[in-house]
Every structure is written in C-alpha cells, then in structure tokens.
Ligand binder design. Structure first.
Ligand code: HPA
Length: 273
C-alpha cells in the first residue's frame, strides 16, 4: 500500500473508532463561515491536532476541527477550518482531509469559501454558485505519481461542479426568495490579495470570483469520483472604482453577514440528498 493510502487509513480508523456512523455528506467551511456548524446536531468533535497525519490549521477564523453529526436528517462530516497552500502546506496536505472524508464514506462534497468578486454587478455579500473553475494559477494536487486507488492519471474535468446539485440549489434559492449569482472561480495561491492590475487580468481570463482555496480540494474530489457543489461568498470587490484597500477583517465580516443565507442553502441541500 502506498504511503498516502496508509496515512489516510490511519486517520480514517482513528475517526471511525470515535464515531461509528457513516457520514454521507462532507462539508468544507470557508473563512468566516464556521458558525454554520451550530446547525449540526453534533455527535463528535475531533480537533485536527488529534487525528493522525492531519495538518493543523493556523489562520484566524479557522477553528481547526472535524465535526461529525446530523444535519437535515443526514449524517455529515464538516471541516471547521481548511488548509491553504499559502500557509506552507504541500498540496498533498491541502487535499488530505478531502481524501479522508471520501474514505469515511461521503458521497457528496459541499464547499464554501470567501472570494473576491470581479463580475460586473457583484456586490459584497452576494452568494455565487461556482459553475466552473480555473486552476492553472495554483498548484495541481495530482502532480506526482498517480494513486490509481483514487482515480485516473488524467481525470476528466468537464463537469467539476455537478449540474444536478446546482439545479437543486437554484430551486432552494427560488423558494427562499434569495438572489444567487453564478460564475467561474479562479484559484490563486495568495496570500496577497490581488493588485488592481491582477484583478483585471483575472476577469479578462474569464474569472467572476477569485480565492485562495477550493480548486485543489475540488480536483482531488473529482479525481475520486466525488460529486461536488461549491459556493462563494463575495467578501470584497476586486474591480472597483474607489481607492479602498482590502483587509482580512473585512473579508471575515462580509462572510459572517452572508452566512445565514449560505447556511439555509447548505442545510436544505443536505436534506435533499
Ligand atoms: N482575492 C483572493 N482571495 C480572496 C479574496 C480576494 O479578493 N477575497 C477573499 N479571498
């Protein structure tokens, strides 16, 4: 068995020892979006630091634990805090928890993030369904020897965000009278926010939102055949007229303000899975 499979197996057996049920949905919570976990009927919490081979989260706004329990009548596992490449983790470490959740038994992955908006008409606080992504400006997590147990050497990426999940979310939004945006997410390494020229470049490349997470997680999930839905909270505007700056604090505050809507959508989506 390869070392990555052994590492996953050790993490999975540690978690299974503490939590016997099989979660069917995995949820990754982005910056400022962690209080979503209060919706979960928590049955087990495991700090990342206790799970064998798990990296440990360091960024403010990420509490760093795995939460297992029930949401919308389904067993779920949620990551409160994720791992970013800019923190110095290898790409293999960034996607490690996604692989662990797959081996725990999840059948669907829901991802949230905070992102900078670039599409005309976007406002701070908007929610954007990610319909597609551009990963070329960050590091692909599948570089290196392919692990055949996960998936193919050259995975198809024609539908990384499943249309049937997007359709469900659009219905949920109509029923709740929420306005949703949709668009392409560009993944970058960070940790700098973009210059004005870079935001313009990213918009020209076809991006509607930009962020420092998600695409590597999605690539690892798609590699393993895991259906993904992802949503960005637009926390700042890259293409803007004013001379304002962008701070991490503002990003966290904007995410907090938008959180109740995102929570409603994820909760309803889980109930429908
Ligand atoms: N750029 C990159 N990542 C981000 C941004 C941004 O403007 N906002 C939140 N995450």
């Amino acid at each position: 068995m390869s070392t990555v499979l052994q590492k996953i197996e050790a993490a999975v057996s540690y978690i299974k020892n503490l939590y016997k049920a099989t979660p069917i949905v995995g949820i990754v919570l982005g910056s400022g979006l962690g209080s979503f976990t209060s919706e979960i009927n928590i049955e087990q919490e495991i700090p990342y630091s206790e799970i064998p081979n798990f990296p440990v989260s360091t960024v403010e706004g990420h509490s760093g634990k795995l939460i297992l329990g029930e949401l919308g009548g389904k067993k779920v596992v949620a990551m409160a805090g994720r791992f970013h490449y800019y923190e110095g983790y290898s790409v293999e470490e960034v996607v490690f928890p996604i692989r662990v959740m797959k081996y725990l038994g999840i059948q669907t992955l829901l991802i949230s993030n905070a992102a900078g908006g670039m599409q005309k008409g976007f406002k701070v606080g908007d929610l954007m369904i990610i319909t597609d992504h551009i990963s070329q400006l960050t590091i692909n997590p599948l570089i290196g020897k392919n692990e055949a147990a996960f998936g193919a050497r050259f995975p198809d990426m024609s539908e990384p965000y499943k249309k049937y999940l997007i359709a469900k979310v659009k219905n949920i939004a109509v029923e709740a009278a929420f306005e949703l945006k949709q668009g392409v997410y560009i993944g970058v390494t960070g940790p700098t926010f973009e210059t004005r020229a870079e935001y313009k470049m990213l918009a020209t490349l076809g991006g509607d939102a930009v962020g420092m997470s998600t695409v590597q997680e999605v690539i690892a999930a798609v590699h393993m055949g895991l259906p993904v839905f992802a949503m960005s909270v637009i926390t700042d505007l890259g293409i803007r007229d004013e001379e304002n700056t962008i701070t991490h604090e503002e990003v966290l505050q904007a995410a907090k303000d938008a959180e109740p809507k995102l929570t409603h959508i994820f909760k309803e989506l889980v109930a429908q899975l």
